[in-house]
Design a protein around this ligand. Sequence first.
Ligand code: GTR
Length: 340
Amino acid sequence: MTASYSGIGRRDFIKLGAGLGAAMATTAPMSSALAQTKMVLKASDVHPLGYPTVEAVMRMGKKLETATNGRLTIQMFPSMQLGGEKEMIEQAQLGALQIARISVGAVGPVVDDVNVFNMPFVFRDSKHMEKVIDGEIGDELLAKITANEKTGLVALCWMNAGSRNIYNSKRPIKSIADLKGLKIRMIGNPLFVDTMNALGGNGIALGFDQVFSAMQTGVIDGAENNAPSFVAQNHYQVAKYFTMTEHLIIPELLVFSKISWQKLSPDDQALIKKLSKEAQQEQRALWYEAENAALEKMKSIGTEIVTEIDKKPFQDAVKPVWDKYGAKYAAMVKRIEAVN
Ligand code: GTR
């Protein structure tokens, strides 16, 4: 061990404090000095407190605080307080926000590789999707997001968002014909608008925050989402009919601002990565609880839920979407299909 003049080892010395480290350790990179500083990491989610993704990140914050003796903490801004996902991405790119929990739906237009997860019916079911994100494909796509110059983001982990289902205020959708002409809100990604149009509906890209009032005023007839979002956003108050079409199974992403990431020490980066992987699994358990609770709530308030539906016509109808976007993902889709 290299002894310093104060009699303590160099390693211990670096742990001591920002000011001292920066002043004395001239060969150490600036980031290691910054790494000793107390930091509040701002996190944001479109969902409210208690929602599985929000809860998982808050639990991660508690663990981070304990592991760093309060040096690193996470401050959560839920319920779109910092805007929608597009705004969150922009703020993270600037370093004004450190942690953003966003849907792959919003990242697809920026990182083409991940758009494969946004293809209709690409996963057999949620379990299949989980195996894919937990495995090498999941790791590979996280790395692609991080490596992509355009994102300004470090992709930390995936989370569950179940499957998306179509709901509306007009009529129960029992077959694909019932969807004809309905104006259905989609996440702002051309792939989704094309998907809804291929299904016979009229796909309209709108922000998540606008869905409730657009349904209320009749600008749209409905939307599509998982049951927990349908309940958490009060969409059940304006849409009585919910059909388990499960046309999209889109995982969520937890990303970190690259600018802020570079200010963390390698140890802190490793700690955050480790806690993110744990959050991925913790959120999953919370997810299934929330999904069951949401379905119970929907039943209790009289949402008409169509569970028995022949998916084949829906799968056949999205063929034009696969013809338009699928070719470039052919190799990846084969790998996804091979995951058991
Ligand atoms: C939710 C998802 C959000 C957002 C939202 C939407 O399921 O958790 O990140 O993508 O859907 O439809 O905009």
